[in-house]
Design a protein around this ligand. Structure first.
Ligand code: B12
Length: 424
Protein backbone atom coordinates (compact mmCIF):
# COMPACT_ATOMS: atom_id res chain seq x y z
CA UNK A 1 0.00 0.00 0.00
CA UNK A 2 1.17 3.46 -0.85
CA UNK A 3 0.77 4.99 2.54
CA UNK A 4 3.18 2.78 4.47
CA UNK A 5 6.29 4.64 3.34
CA UNK A 6 4.58 7.89 2.66
CA UNK A 7 2.41 8.12 5.74
CA UNK A 8 0.35 11.20 6.18
CA UNK A 9 2.55 12.30 9.04
CA UNK A 10 5.58 12.20 6.75
CA UNK A 11 3.77 14.20 4.13
CA UNK A 12 2.95 16.82 6.68
CA UNK A 13 6.52 16.98 7.84
CA UNK A 14 7.52 17.62 4.22
CA UNK A 15 5.22 20.55 3.79
CA UNK A 16 6.28 22.05 7.07
CA UNK A 17 4.32 23.34 9.99
CA UNK A 18 2.60 26.20 8.13
CA UNK A 19 -0.05 23.93 6.65
CA UNK A 20 -0.98 22.56 10.04
CA UNK A 21 -2.17 26.03 10.99
CA UNK A 22 -4.37 26.64 7.98
CA UNK A 23 -7.80 25.20 7.42
CA UNK A 24 -7.17 23.84 4.00
CA UNK A 25 -4.94 20.79 3.95
CA UNK A 26 -1.62 20.68 2.09
CA UNK A 27 -1.94 19.74 -1.59
CA UNK A 28 0.21 16.68 -1.14
CA UNK A 29 -2.05 15.23 1.51
CA UNK A 30 -5.12 15.90 -0.65
CA UNK A 31 -3.49 14.24 -3.66
CA UNK A 32 -2.48 11.24 -1.59
CA UNK A 33 -6.02 10.83 -0.33
CA UNK A 34 -7.41 11.20 -3.84
CA UNK A 35 -5.04 8.50 -4.99
CA UNK A 36 -6.30 6.17 -2.30
CA UNK A 37 -9.88 6.93 -3.34
CA UNK A 38 -9.10 6.22 -6.99
CA UNK A 39 -7.32 2.99 -6.08
CA UNK A 40 -10.36 1.90 -4.09
CA UNK A 41 -12.59 2.00 -7.15
CA UNK A 42 -13.03 -1.63 -8.01
CA UNK A 43 -14.80 -2.78 -11.13
CA UNK A 44 -16.05 -5.94 -9.37
CA UNK A 45 -17.88 -4.14 -6.56
CA UNK A 46 -20.93 -1.89 -6.57
CA UNK A 47 -19.95 1.75 -7.13
CA UNK A 48 -19.70 4.01 -4.09
CA UNK A 49 -21.54 7.35 -4.53
CA UNK A 50 -19.69 8.88 -1.55
CA UNK A 51 -16.41 8.38 -3.41
CA UNK A 52 -17.70 10.17 -6.54
CA UNK A 53 -19.10 12.98 -4.39
CA UNK A 54 -15.74 13.43 -2.63
CA UNK A 55 -13.81 13.41 -5.93
CA UNK A 56 -16.12 16.07 -7.31
CA UNK A 57 -15.90 18.27 -4.23
CA UNK A 58 -12.11 17.98 -4.37
CA UNK A 59 -12.20 18.97 -8.06
CA UNK A 60 -10.68 15.71 -9.27
CA UNK A 61 -12.87 15.01 -12.26
CA UNK A 62 -10.41 14.28 -15.06
CA UNK A 63 -9.47 10.67 -14.52
CA UNK A 64 -10.84 7.69 -16.40
CA UNK A 65 -11.76 6.27 -12.98
CA UNK A 66 -14.03 9.25 -12.40
CA UNK A 67 -15.69 8.76 -15.76
CA UNK A 68 -16.19 5.05 -15.14
CA UNK A 69 -17.56 5.65 -11.65
CA UNK A 70 -20.08 8.22 -12.88
CA UNK A 71 -21.34 5.82 -15.52
CA UNK A 72 -21.63 3.00 -12.97
CA UNK A 73 -23.53 5.27 -10.58
CA UNK A 74 -26.05 6.06 -13.29
CA UNK A 75 -26.46 2.40 -14.20
CA UNK A 76 -26.87 1.36 -10.59
CA UNK A 77 -29.42 4.13 -10.02
CA UNK A 78 -31.46 3.03 -13.00
CA UNK A 79 -31.31 -0.63 -11.93
CA UNK A 80 -31.76 -0.43 -8.16
CA UNK A 81 -32.91 2.97 -6.84
CA UNK A 82 -36.64 2.29 -6.84
CA UNK A 83 -36.66 -1.26 -5.50
CA UNK A 84 -33.44 -2.04 -3.68
CA UNK A 85 -32.15 1.19 -2.16
CA UNK A 86 -32.90 2.81 1.18
CA UNK A 87 -33.80 6.50 1.21
CA UNK A 88 -30.29 7.38 2.37
CA UNK A 89 -28.69 5.45 -0.46
CA UNK A 90 -30.91 7.22 -2.99
CA UNK A 91 -29.90 10.53 -1.38
CA UNK A 92 -26.20 9.70 -1.70
CA UNK A 93 -26.68 8.77 -5.37
CA UNK A 94 -28.53 12.03 -5.92
CA UNK A 95 -25.74 14.05 -4.25
CA UNK A 96 -23.13 12.20 -6.32
CA UNK A 97 -25.00 12.98 -9.55
CA UNK A 98 -25.69 16.60 -8.61
CA UNK A 99 -22.01 17.11 -7.86
CA UNK A 100 -21.28 15.71 -11.34
CA UNK A 101 -23.63 18.35 -12.82
CA UNK A 102 -26.11 15.65 -13.85
CA UNK A 103 -29.86 16.18 -13.65
CA UNK A 104 -31.16 13.67 -11.08
CA UNK A 105 -34.66 13.98 -12.54
CA UNK A 106 -33.48 12.35 -15.76
CA UNK A 107 -30.89 9.72 -15.03
CA UNK A 108 -30.27 7.86 -18.26
CA UNK A 109 -28.44 4.57 -18.59
CA UNK A 110 -28.93 1.12 -20.10
CA UNK A 111 -31.68 2.50 -22.32
CA UNK A 112 -33.81 3.53 -19.35
CA UNK A 113 -34.53 6.79 -17.52
CA UNK A 114 -35.34 7.28 -13.84
CA UNK A 115 -36.39 10.30 -11.84
CA UNK A 116 -34.16 9.94 -8.80
CA UNK A 117 -35.59 13.05 -7.17
CA UNK A 118 -39.09 11.63 -7.27
CA UNK A 119 -37.87 8.35 -5.81
CA UNK A 120 -36.15 10.27 -3.03
CA UNK A 121 -39.34 12.21 -2.30
CA UNK A 122 -41.32 8.99 -2.01
CA UNK A 123 -38.75 7.30 0.23
CA UNK A 124 -38.42 10.37 2.45
CA UNK A 125 -42.20 10.37 2.80
CA UNK A 126 -42.00 6.77 4.08
CA UNK A 127 -39.34 7.80 6.62
CA UNK A 128 -41.57 10.66 7.80
CA UNK A 129 -44.64 8.47 8.10
CA UNK A 130 -42.73 5.98 10.21
CA UNK A 131 -41.35 8.79 12.37
CA UNK A 132 -44.84 10.17 12.95
CA UNK A 133 -46.42 6.79 13.64
CA UNK A 134 -43.72 5.02 15.62
CA UNK A 135 -41.39 7.76 16.83
CA UNK A 136 -38.48 6.46 14.73
CA UNK A 137 -37.80 6.75 10.99
CA UNK A 138 -37.92 3.69 8.74
CA UNK A 139 -34.11 3.59 8.64
CA UNK A 140 -32.17 6.14 10.70
CA UNK A 141 -32.01 9.87 11.39
CA UNK A 142 -28.63 9.82 9.62
CA UNK A 143 -30.35 8.69 6.41
CA UNK A 144 -33.19 11.14 6.95
CA UNK A 145 -30.60 13.91 7.20
CA UNK A 146 -29.09 12.87 3.86
CA UNK A 147 -32.60 12.77 2.38
CA UNK A 148 -33.42 16.25 3.62
CA UNK A 149 -30.14 17.62 2.30
CA UNK A 150 -30.75 16.07 -1.12
CA UNK A 151 -34.31 17.43 -1.34
CA UNK A 152 -33.26 20.87 -0.11
CA UNK A 153 -30.40 21.22 -2.59
CA UNK A 154 -32.91 20.45 -5.32
CA UNK A 155 -35.55 22.69 -3.68
CA UNK A 156 -37.95 19.80 -4.04
CA UNK A 157 -41.23 19.81 -2.16
CA UNK A 158 -41.07 18.03 1.17
CA UNK A 159 -37.76 19.38 2.40
CA UNK A 160 -39.24 21.95 4.80
CA UNK A 161 -41.49 19.40 6.47
CA UNK A 162 -38.59 16.97 6.77
CA UNK A 163 -36.40 19.74 8.20
CA UNK A 164 -38.92 20.54 10.92
CA UNK A 165 -39.15 16.88 11.92
CA UNK A 166 -35.38 16.53 11.84
CA UNK A 167 -34.75 19.67 13.89
CA UNK A 168 -37.17 18.47 16.55
CA UNK A 169 -35.42 15.11 16.71
CA UNK A 170 -32.01 16.77 16.98
CA UNK A 171 -33.23 19.01 19.81
CA UNK A 172 -34.98 16.22 21.70
CA UNK A 173 -32.97 15.39 24.85
CA UNK A 174 -34.23 11.79 24.66
CA UNK A 175 -32.23 11.22 21.47
CA UNK A 176 -28.53 10.70 22.00
CA UNK A 177 -27.51 11.25 18.41
CA UNK A 178 -23.97 10.57 17.27
CA UNK A 179 -21.70 13.36 16.06
CA UNK A 180 -21.97 11.81 12.57
CA UNK A 181 -25.76 12.08 12.54
CA UNK A 182 -25.84 15.59 14.02
CA UNK A 183 -23.21 16.76 11.52
CA UNK A 184 -25.20 15.61 8.48
CA UNK A 185 -28.40 16.96 10.06
CA UNK A 186 -26.68 20.32 10.56
CA UNK A 187 -25.72 20.51 6.90
CA UNK A 188 -29.28 19.64 5.83
CA UNK A 189 -30.80 22.22 8.20
CA UNK A 190 -28.32 24.91 7.12
CA UNK A 191 -29.41 24.31 3.53
CA UNK A 192 -33.04 24.80 4.50
CA UNK A 193 -32.26 27.87 6.59
CA UNK A 194 -30.61 29.50 3.58
CA UNK A 195 -33.63 28.82 1.41
CA UNK A 196 -36.59 29.79 3.52
CA UNK A 197 -38.17 33.07 4.61
CA UNK A 198 -40.65 31.42 6.93
CA UNK A 199 -40.06 33.12 10.26
CA UNK A 200 -41.00 30.25 12.60
CA UNK A 201 -39.02 27.72 10.59
CA UNK A 202 -35.93 29.92 10.52
CA UNK A 203 -36.25 30.35 14.27
CA UNK A 204 -36.39 26.60 14.90
CA UNK A 205 -33.49 25.98 12.55
CA UNK A 206 -31.42 28.74 14.11
CA UNK A 207 -31.90 27.26 17.59
CA UNK A 208 -31.06 23.77 16.38
CA UNK A 209 -27.99 24.81 14.43
CA UNK A 210 -26.63 26.97 17.27
CA UNK A 211 -27.14 24.08 19.65
CA UNK A 212 -25.41 21.50 17.44
CA UNK A 213 -22.49 23.63 16.32
CA UNK A 214 -21.78 24.99 19.81
CA UNK A 215 -21.90 21.47 21.23
CA UNK A 216 -19.30 20.42 18.64
CA UNK A 217 -17.08 23.37 19.57
CA UNK A 218 -17.47 22.57 23.29
CA UNK A 219 -16.52 18.96 22.67
CA UNK A 220 -13.54 19.97 20.55
CA UNK A 221 -12.31 22.27 23.31
CA UNK A 222 -12.66 19.58 25.95
CA UNK A 223 -11.11 16.76 23.93
CA UNK A 224 -8.10 18.46 22.29
CA UNK A 225 -9.76 18.75 18.91
CA UNK A 226 -11.67 15.46 18.82
CA UNK A 227 -15.40 15.38 18.07
CA UNK A 228 -17.03 11.96 18.34
CA UNK A 229 -14.29 9.61 17.19
CA UNK A 230 -11.69 9.83 14.44
CA UNK A 231 -14.28 8.61 11.89
CA UNK A 232 -16.82 11.30 12.79
CA UNK A 233 -14.27 14.05 12.28
CA UNK A 234 -14.78 14.35 8.52
CA UNK A 235 -18.48 15.10 8.82
CA UNK A 236 -17.97 17.29 11.90
CA UNK A 237 -15.38 19.39 10.05
CA UNK A 238 -17.66 19.67 7.03
CA UNK A 239 -20.50 20.83 9.28
CA UNK A 240 -18.46 23.37 11.24
CA UNK A 241 -16.87 24.75 8.08
CA UNK A 242 -20.26 25.39 6.48
CA UNK A 243 -22.28 26.74 9.43
CA UNK A 244 -20.11 29.55 10.80
CA UNK A 245 -22.97 32.03 11.09
CA UNK A 246 -24.73 29.83 13.65
CA UNK A 247 -21.92 29.99 16.18
CA UNK A 248 -20.65 33.51 15.40
CA UNK A 249 -19.11 35.50 16.98
CA UNK A 250 -17.52 32.42 18.52
CA UNK A 251 -14.40 31.45 16.58
CA UNK A 252 -13.61 27.94 15.45
CA UNK A 253 -10.07 26.77 16.12
CA UNK A 254 -10.06 24.78 12.92
CA UNK A 255 -6.30 24.25 13.03
CA UNK A 256 -6.72 22.24 16.22
CA UNK A 257 -9.47 20.09 14.70
CA UNK A 258 -7.53 19.62 11.44
CA UNK A 259 -4.44 18.50 13.32
CA UNK A 260 -6.42 15.60 14.82
CA UNK A 261 -7.25 14.49 11.29
CA UNK A 262 -3.66 14.99 10.09
CA UNK A 263 -2.44 12.66 12.82
CA UNK A 264 -4.55 9.79 11.53
CA UNK A 265 -3.67 7.67 8.54
CA UNK A 266 -7.09 7.18 6.91
CA UNK A 267 -7.21 4.06 4.76
CA UNK A 268 -10.88 3.16 4.31
CA UNK A 269 -12.40 4.74 1.19
CA UNK A 270 -15.54 5.77 3.11
CA UNK A 271 -13.50 7.46 5.83
CA UNK A 272 -11.46 9.32 3.21
CA UNK A 273 -14.60 10.22 1.25
CA UNK A 274 -16.11 11.87 4.33
CA UNK A 275 -12.99 13.73 5.43
CA UNK A 276 -11.60 14.87 2.06
CA UNK A 277 -14.27 17.49 1.28
CA UNK A 278 -13.54 19.22 4.60
CA UNK A 279 -9.81 19.17 3.89
CA UNK A 280 -10.35 21.14 0.67
CA UNK A 281 -12.65 23.61 2.43
CA UNK A 282 -15.85 22.12 1.04
CA UNK A 283 -18.91 20.33 2.36
CA UNK A 284 -21.84 18.27 1.08
CA UNK A 285 -23.79 21.56 1.08
CA UNK A 286 -21.88 22.52 -2.06
CA UNK A 287 -22.79 19.38 -4.00
CA UNK A 288 -25.21 21.25 -6.26
CA UNK A 289 -23.10 24.32 -6.97
CA UNK A 290 -19.90 22.93 -8.45
CA UNK A 291 -18.57 24.01 -11.83
CA UNK A 292 -17.98 20.76 -13.62
CA UNK A 293 -16.05 22.14 -16.59
CA UNK A 294 -12.74 22.75 -14.89
CA UNK A 295 -10.78 20.04 -13.22
CA UNK A 296 -7.88 21.31 -11.24
CA UNK A 297 -6.85 18.48 -9.07
CA UNK A 298 -4.97 15.30 -9.82
CA UNK A 299 -4.08 12.41 -7.64
CA UNK A 300 -0.56 11.65 -6.69
CA UNK A 301 1.06 8.59 -8.16
CA UNK A 302 3.77 7.48 -5.81
CA UNK A 303 6.25 4.74 -6.41
CA UNK A 304 5.50 1.83 -4.12
CA UNK A 305 8.16 1.59 -1.46
CA UNK A 306 10.16 -1.56 -0.90
CA UNK A 307 8.07 -2.49 2.09
CA UNK A 308 4.99 -2.49 -0.15
CA UNK A 309 6.47 -4.56 -2.95
CA UNK A 310 5.19 -8.11 -3.06
CA UNK A 311 7.78 -10.21 -1.34
CA UNK A 312 8.80 -13.70 -2.35
CA UNK A 313 9.92 -14.45 1.18
CA UNK A 314 7.44 -16.16 3.47
CA UNK A 315 6.94 -13.97 6.49
CA UNK A 316 6.20 -16.05 9.56
CA UNK A 317 4.09 -14.07 11.94
CA UNK A 318 3.82 -15.02 15.57
CA UNK A 319 0.45 -16.21 16.79
CA UNK A 320 -1.73 -14.30 19.19
CA UNK A 321 -4.61 -15.56 21.28
CA UNK A 322 -7.98 -13.82 21.19
CA UNK A 323 -10.96 -14.63 23.40
CA UNK A 324 -14.27 -14.26 21.62
CA UNK A 325 -17.77 -14.28 23.13
CA UNK A 326 -21.17 -14.17 21.49
CA UNK A 327 -24.04 -13.05 23.68
CA UNK A 328 -27.77 -12.79 23.09
CA UNK A 329 -30.04 -11.88 25.97
CA UNK A 330 -32.42 -9.92 23.79
CA UNK A 331 -34.46 -12.28 21.64
CA UNK A 332 -35.62 -15.87 21.38
CA UNK A 333 -33.48 -18.50 23.09
CA UNK A 334 -30.74 -16.66 24.98
CA UNK A 335 -27.13 -17.80 24.58
CA UNK A 336 -23.66 -16.90 25.74
CA UNK A 337 -20.62 -18.76 24.40
CA UNK A 338 -16.92 -18.09 24.58
CA UNK A 339 -13.99 -19.51 22.69
CA UNK A 340 -10.26 -18.72 22.55
CA UNK A 341 -8.60 -18.90 19.15
CA UNK A 342 -5.13 -18.39 17.78
CA UNK A 343 -4.54 -16.22 14.72
CA UNK A 344 -1.39 -14.67 13.21
CA UNK A 345 -0.41 -11.36 14.81
CA UNK A 346 -1.88 -8.47 12.80
CA UNK A 347 -4.98 -10.41 11.71
CA UNK A 348 -8.27 -8.61 11.43
CA UNK A 349 -11.19 -9.48 13.67
CA UNK A 350 -12.77 -11.20 10.67
CA UNK A 351 -9.99 -13.82 10.88
CA UNK A 352 -10.85 -14.39 14.55
CA UNK A 353 -14.50 -14.97 13.67
CA UNK A 354 -13.47 -17.35 10.89
CA UNK A 355 -11.14 -19.28 13.21
CA UNK A 356 -13.92 -19.57 15.80
CA UNK A 357 -16.35 -20.78 13.15
CA UNK A 358 -13.84 -23.34 11.90
CA UNK A 359 -13.39 -24.77 15.39
CA UNK A 360 -17.06 -24.87 16.39
CA UNK A 361 -19.26 -24.14 13.37
CA UNK A 362 -22.50 -25.12 15.13
CA UNK A 363 -21.94 -22.30 17.69
CA UNK A 364 -19.83 -19.62 16.01
CA UNK A 365 -21.25 -19.67 12.46
CA UNK A 366 -21.75 -16.15 11.13
CA UNK A 367 -22.61 -14.21 8.00
CA UNK A 368 -21.41 -10.90 6.61
CA UNK A 369 -22.72 -8.51 4.00
CA UNK A 370 -20.53 -6.21 1.95
CA UNK A 371 -21.28 -2.53 2.63
CA UNK A 372 -19.69 0.82 1.82
CA UNK A 373 -17.63 0.50 5.04
CA UNK A 374 -16.57 -3.11 4.37
CA UNK A 375 -17.96 -6.42 5.64
CA UNK A 376 -20.73 -6.02 8.20
CA UNK A 377 -21.61 -8.96 10.44
CA UNK A 378 -25.32 -9.46 9.91
CA UNK A 379 -25.87 -12.78 11.67
CA UNK A 380 -24.16 -14.93 14.32
CA UNK A 381 -25.27 -18.36 15.57
CA UNK A 382 -28.24 -18.14 13.19
CA UNK A 383 -29.50 -14.92 14.81
CA UNK A 384 -29.71 -12.03 12.34
CA UNK A 385 -29.94 -8.30 12.95
CA UNK A 386 -33.08 -6.74 11.54
CA UNK A 387 -33.88 -3.18 10.53
CA UNK A 388 -37.58 -3.59 11.44
CA UNK A 389 -36.87 -4.32 15.09
CA UNK A 390 -33.65 -2.25 14.93
CA UNK A 391 -31.36 -5.03 16.14
CA UNK A 392 -27.71 -5.63 15.20
CA UNK A 393 -24.56 -7.36 16.36
CA UNK A 394 -22.52 -4.82 18.28
CA UNK A 395 -18.80 -5.46 18.86
CA UNK A 396 -16.80 -4.67 21.98
CA UNK A 397 -13.25 -4.99 23.20
CA UNK A 398 -13.93 -5.90 26.82
CA UNK A 399 -16.59 -3.27 27.58
CA UNK A 400 -15.59 -0.62 25.01
CA UNK A 401 -17.59 -0.51 21.78
CA UNK A 402 -15.28 -0.95 18.77
CA UNK A 403 -14.84 2.05 16.52
CA UNK A 404 -14.14 -0.09 13.47
CA UNK A 405 -15.72 -3.15 11.91
CA UNK A 406 -14.44 -6.72 11.65
CA UNK A 407 -12.77 -6.07 8.27
CA UNK A 408 -10.33 -3.50 9.67
CA UNK A 409 -10.11 -3.93 13.44
CA UNK A 410 -6.98 -5.82 14.52
CA UNK A 411 -7.16 -7.35 18.01
CA UNK A 412 -4.12 -7.60 20.27
CA UNK A 413 -2.78 -10.69 22.01
CA UNK A 414 -5.00 -11.63 24.96
CA UNK A 415 -7.84 -9.29 23.94
CA UNK A 416 -11.44 -10.22 24.75
CA UNK A 417 -13.84 -9.44 21.92
CA UNK A 418 -17.57 -9.60 22.60
CA UNK A 419 -20.33 -9.62 20.03
CA UNK A 420 -23.52 -8.63 21.79
CA UNK A 421 -26.92 -8.68 20.12
CA UNK A 422 -28.19 -5.12 20.68
CA UNK A 423 -30.69 -2.52 19.55
CA UNK A 424 -30.05 0.90 18.03
C1 B12 B 1 -26.43 4.20 11.15
C2 B12 B 1 -25.09 3.55 11.45
C3 B12 B 1 -25.09 2.27 11.98
C4 B12 B 1 -26.36 1.44 12.13
C5 B12 B 1 -26.83 0.94 10.75
C6 B12 B 1 -28.28 0.51 10.81
C7 B12 B 1 -29.12 0.88 9.66
N1 B12 B 1 -30.02 -0.01 9.31
O1 B12 B 1 -29.01 1.94 9.08
C8 B12 B 1 -25.89 0.33 13.12
C9 B12 B 1 -26.29 0.74 14.51
C10 B12 B 1 -26.39 -1.09 12.85
C11 B12 B 1 -24.36 0.43 12.99
C12 B12 B 1 -23.53 -0.58 13.43
C13 B12 B 1 -22.15 -0.44 13.53
N2 B12 B 1 -21.42 0.62 13.24
CO1 B12 B 1 -22.16 2.14 12.31
N3 B12 B 1 -22.73 3.81 11.54
C14 B12 B 1 -23.89 4.27 11.20
C15 B12 B 1 -23.76 5.70 10.65
C16 B12 B 1 -24.14 6.69 11.75
C17 B12 B 1 -24.57 5.98 9.39
C18 B12 B 1 -24.44 4.91 8.30
C19 B12 B 1 -25.45 5.20 7.22
O2 B12 B 1 -26.62 5.05 7.43
N4 B12 B 1 -24.99 5.68 6.05
C20 B12 B 1 -25.88 6.10 4.99
C21 B12 B 1 -26.37 4.92 4.16
C22 B12 B 1 -27.30 5.42 3.10
O3 B12 B 1 -25.25 4.35 3.51
P1 B12 B 1 -25.07 2.77 3.51
O4 B12 B 1 -23.78 2.48 2.84
O5 B12 B 1 -26.27 2.08 3.03
O6 B12 B 1 -24.93 2.50 5.10
C23 B12 B 1 -24.82 1.22 5.60
C24 B12 B 1 -23.42 0.96 6.14
O7 B12 B 1 -22.88 2.17 6.62
C25 B12 B 1 -23.72 -0.01 7.26
N5 B12 B 1 -22.91 0.25 8.43
C26 B12 B 1 -23.20 1.06 9.44
N6 B12 B 1 -22.20 1.07 10.33
C27 B12 B 1 -21.27 0.22 9.86
C28 B12 B 1 -20.04 -0.13 10.40
C29 B12 B 1 -19.25 -1.03 9.71
C30 B12 B 1 -17.92 -1.37 10.27
C31 B12 B 1 -19.70 -1.61 8.49
C32 B12 B 1 -18.86 -2.58 7.77
C33 B12 B 1 -20.93 -1.23 7.95
C34 B12 B 1 -21.69 -0.32 8.65
O8 B12 B 1 -25.07 0.14 7.64
C35 B12 B 1 -25.67 1.15 6.86
C36 B12 B 1 -27.12 0.86 6.61
O9 B12 B 1 -27.28 -0.39 6.02
C37 B12 B 1 -22.22 5.74 10.32
C38 B12 B 1 -21.63 7.14 10.37
C39 B12 B 1 -20.78 7.51 9.18
N7 B12 B 1 -19.91 8.48 9.38
O10 B12 B 1 -20.90 7.01 8.07
C40 B12 B 1 -21.67 4.79 11.42
C41 B12 B 1 -20.36 4.08 11.18
C42 B12 B 1 -20.24 3.65 9.74
N8 B12 B 1 -20.43 2.85 12.08
C43 B12 B 1 -19.36 2.58 12.62
C44 B12 B 1 -19.16 1.45 13.49
C45 B12 B 1 -17.81 1.33 14.17
C46 B12 B 1 -20.16 0.49 13.68
C47 B12 B 1 -20.01 -0.82 14.47
C48 B12 B 1 -18.75 -1.62 14.13
C49 B12 B 1 -20.08 -0.46 15.98
C50 B12 B 1 -19.82 -1.60 16.94
N9 B12 B 1 -19.00 -1.35 17.93
O11 B12 B 1 -20.36 -2.68 16.82
C51 B12 B 1 -21.32 -1.57 14.08
C52 B12 B 1 -21.20 -2.67 13.00
C53 B12 B 1 -20.93 -4.03 13.61
C54 B12 B 1 -21.20 -5.17 12.69
N10 B12 B 1 -22.27 -5.90 12.95
O12 B12 B 1 -20.45 -5.47 11.78
C55 B12 B 1 -18.23 3.51 12.24
C56 B12 B 1 -17.32 2.85 11.20
C57 B12 B 1 -15.89 3.31 11.35
C58 B12 B 1 -14.93 2.45 10.59
N11 B12 B 1 -13.75 2.99 10.39
O13 B12 B 1 -15.17 1.35 10.20
C59 B12 B 1 -19.05 4.77 11.75
C60 B12 B 1 -18.32 5.62 10.70
C61 B12 B 1 -19.37 5.62 13.01
C62 B12 B 1 -18.15 6.19 13.67
N12 B12 B 1 -17.86 7.48 13.49
O14 B12 B 1 -17.47 5.48 14.39
N13 B12 B 1 -23.98 1.57 12.46
Amino acid sequence: MLGVAFGIGVLLALVGSAAAHSCVAPDKLVSEMLQRLEDSVNMDEPPNPSVLLAMNLAGATNSSTHKWLLQEIKEEAVKRAQKDMTSGQVALYLLALLSSCQDPKHVQALGKTVDLLHILQEKTEEEMTSLEETGVPKTTLYSMSLDTLGLCLERASGYKKASIALAKQVLSPANHLSVDTRAVAAMALACTYNQTDLHDLRHLLWDTLSEVTNSFLDEQEKRDGMMGNIYSMGLALQALGSTKMFYAPREWDCAQAFSVVYDHDYRQPMAIAQVLPALVGKSYLEAASLKCTTSTRTSLRLRPSLSQMPSTLEVHKSLIQVHYSIINTLQGKHFSDTISVQVPDGSTLLKVLQAAEEEKPEVFCFQTEQTSWGPMVVSIHGLAGNSDDRTYWQFFSSTDALQEGVGTYKPQDGEHIQAIFSTY
